[in-house]
Design a protein around this ligand. Structure first.
Ligand code: SF4
Length: 99
């Protein structure tokens, strides 16, 4: 009985229970490369978490990193809706020209 309640505590309120780890994994997706201003996707109309693109952060640019939409780093800066719309407008115009 003592063992059982100890295990129970561990699962529900331990410092890093499996459940908490999983929840963290979900929250982390709010602040990943896909929604970072330095994620240089070539296809802003269809970009998703599995997309791969160069990271053009001034400090990281020299490494020519290619990251995926679900990667993350501590230099993350959230892109504004206006900036997304601007990128999408440019992509649409380019599509119209080539199509
Ligand atoms: S690696 Fe960092 S700076 Fe680069 S796009 Fe991802 S979160 Fe942004």
């Amino acid at each position: 009985m003592i063992t059982h309640s100890a295990e129970h505590r561990n699962i529900m309120s331990g410092p890093e229970s499996e459940l908490q780890k999983r929840l963290k994994g979900i929250q982390w997706q709010n602040g990943n490369c896909l929604s970072c201003i330095w994620f240089a996707t070539k296809d802003p109309l269809n970009a998703d978490l599995l997309d791969r693109a160069k990271c053009i952060h001034p400090k990281l640019k020299i490494y020519q990193l290619v990251v995926s939409g679900r990667d993350w780093c501590n230099l993350y800066e959230e892109i504004k809706m206006k900036q997304i719309e601007h990128k999408q407008e440019l992509a649409l115009k380019a599509e119209e020209k080539s199509g």
